[in-house]
Ligand binder design. Structure first.
Ligand code: FES
Length: 108
């Protein structure tokens, strides 16, 4: 089911916005001309990924450094405190659809 997220004309370089759809916080971002949507809750300890660092098609959580692929949600770098690495699950990613100058997120 498609849910409205943002107007297409809001999408500028490095755009980031947290939206809540059906009670789920979702981060919508535009990086390198592609719109991504990923759960805005780190799978490690729940920090908002929208406050993280974005690079290429990845986001790094600001709390313990977990890096998630925005295409797949896979963990690229495990979270860590000092030299101790910890587990984190894959993040949920969502398909985005652009219709009538609006961006929708497909929640399945
Ligand atoms: S809460 Fe995100 S890495 Fe720990």
């Amino acid at each position: 089911m498609l849910h409205f997220a943002v107007n297409y004309d809001e999408l500028v370089k490095d755009f980031k916005k947290r939206v809540i759809i059906e009670g789920t916080p979702i981060l919508v971002t535009l990086l390198a001309d592609k719109v991504y949507a990923i759960q805005d809750k780190c799978t490690h300890m729940g920090a908002s990924l929208s406050k993280g660092t974005f690079n290429d098609h990845k986001v790094q959580c600001r709390l313990h450094g977990a890096v998630f692929d925005l295409n797949t949600g896979e963990v690229q770098t495990k979270p860590h405190i000092s030299f101790i690495k910890m587990p984190a699950k894959k993040a949920k990613v969502f398909q985005t659809v652009i219709q009538d100058e609006k961006v929708y997120i497909d929640i399945k």
